[in-house]
Design a protein. Structure first.
Length: 90
């Protein structure tokens, strides 16, 4: 079964962009630092990380870049899947 590269790229891109949109919302409402602290603590890490103030421009750039990166990785995943698992014609 061949996977559609464009649809897979769009799916991965939207997934990655959505995750980062949620992160931007966490920063905007002021709970991002709590989440970062919790994640580091449950991984038994102590690295001083400070969440900076919300910036709409930076969030927009983050979402656009992660969509593009997600699209490329999704496209590549479908490309390699189609190459490795070619349908056998009977």
């Amino acid at each position: 079964m061949n996977i559609n590269k464009n649809k897979t790229g769009l799916t991965f891109g939207l997934l990655m962009a959505s995750i980062h949109l949620i992160w931007g919302l966490f920063v905007a409402i002021g709970i991002a630092q709590i989440i970062v602290d919790f994640i580091f603590r449950i991984h038994m890490l102590s690295i001083p990380v400070l969440v900076l103030p919300f910036s709409f421009t930076k969030v927009l750039i983050l979402i656009i870049i992660t969509f593009i990166v997600g699209y490329v990785f999704g496209w590549l995943m479908a490309f390699f899947w189609n190459r490795c698992f070619k349908e056998k014609k009977i």
